[in-house]
Design a protein around this ligand. Structure first.
Ligand code: PHE
Length: 377
């Protein structure tokens, strides 16, 4: 970088410069040398070298000129040397600073180039979720009932004993409460009423009739809870759809016709339904609906020739409980039992889904195993 003949290392006398013009020429030469040096300083390393070569305190070119040209200069030359040195210094300092900024901006630019987002690249596709099978079955049931004039309502999962039991004609100590082992909520002492996790969606029959006057036609999808030990057919949380229709002239025929329509829409036209007498405190008469076994087609014989394991050879599978609304229930909601009549049903959704899709363990609904969920996109 420094010329073989290093002029700043020598005195003006040694360089034979006695006239101001000669001094100016020397400075012009040095300035040109600096410009050449500076032009090649394109990165941080070479810039530092440039700075040290020219501005270095001990042996930088400007220091050498000060020491070798200015200090020993004759009084005739001192002035011009001083002026030229100041010009040179101003130029060198400004130039070095400018190079620094240029190099920094350049590295910013290359960083930008490196980090630029390529919008033409294919994006990251996130897998789209799907509805849980239980949600899908809720939807199917809602669609069927909505198409025949029912509307969908929902209610609280935390209930009072009044709505879950009393107003449904299930007084305290009624034996039916034993079948619905109930989760009660721990409440502070002096709480106005005990609270429980609803054991069925039937409390919404009461809440709906309290709010609306007949005609009432609603279904209530939701979660319910019973203190059952988990096995292939039991879970402490499961799902029901309650149905309720009350009007001035609803007959048992409307009731069975509606249920039959629903079952055929849900399972297909090939299935048959039947009902057997049953008992619920809030319906009278009460029935249990059965459907022909969806696995053996109602024959009771499995494809392999043996007894169908799903219906145990009966050809029928128990579906859900239902009945005509017990007149005693109307008393709780101030309907006139002499003027209105209606029916109610409570469908266990998990069971229905298991039957329709051939699932043999209720627990898979709650395990969130993707291998199961992906089968029902
Ligand atoms: N709530 C009842 C149960 O969970 C089912 C039912 C609903 C029966 C409506 C009759 C009428 O077992």
């Amino acid at each position: 970088m420094t010329a073989p003949e290093n002029k700043p290392a020598q005195t003006l006398a040694a360089l034979g410069a006695a006239q101001p013009e000669q001094v100016v020429a020397l400075f012009t030469e040095i300035l040109a040398r600096f410009d050449a040096d500076s032009a090649v300083a394109r990165d941080e390393g070479s810039w530092k070298h440039l700075r040290d070569t020219w501005l270095g305190r001990k042996s930088g070119v400007l220091t050498q000129i000060t020491d070798n040209w200015l200090k020993p200069a004759t009084s005739e030359l001192k002035r011009v040397v001083g002026q030229e040195l100041n010009k040179l210094r101003a130029h060198v300092e400004a130039q070095i600073e400018a190079r620094k900024l240029a190099i920094e901006a350049g590295s910013d630019e290359s960083a930008l180039a490196r980090e630029r987002v390529d919008l033409s690249l294919p994006g990251v596709t996130r897998p789209v979720g799907s509805h849980h099978l239980i949600r899908q079955v809720f939807q199917q049931i809602e669609d069927i009932f909505v198409s025949i004039g029912f509307s969908v309502v929902e209610g609280p999962e935390i209930e009072t004993p009044y709505y879950n039991f009393e107003a449904l004609n299930i007084p305290e100590f009624h034996p039916v409460r034993d079948d619905m082992d109930t989760f009660y909520i721990d409440l502070p002492e002096g709480a106005p009423t005990p609270l429980l996790l609803r054991t069925h969606t039937s409390p919404m029959q009461i809440r709906t009739m309290e709010k609306r006057q007949p005609p009432v036609r609603v279904i209530v999808p939701g979660k319910v809870y019973r203190r059952d030990n988990p096995d292939a057919t039991h879970s402490f949380a499961f799902h029901q759809v309650e149905g309720l229709a009350v009007d001035t002239d609803i007959t048992f025929c409307d009731f069975t016709g509606t249920i039959e329509y629903f079952v055929k829409e849900f399972f297909g036209p090939g299935v048959k339904t039947r009902f057997r007498p049953s008992y619920f405190p809030f319906t009278e008469p009460s029935v249990e609906f059965d459907v022909t076994c969806v696995f053996c087609g109602g024959s009771g014989v499995s494809a392999g020739g043996g007894t169908c394991s799903k219906c145990k050879g009966a050809g029928w599978i128990e579906l859900f409980g239902a009945g005509m609304v017990d007149p005693a229930v109307y008393g709780f909601v101030h309907y006139d039992p002499k003027k209105v009549s209606g029916f109610a049903f409570g469908i266990g959704i998990d069971r229905l889904a298991m039957l329709k899709y051939g699932i043999d363990d209720i627990q898979v609904f709650f395990q969130n195993d993707l291998r199961f969920l992906r089968q029902f996109p």
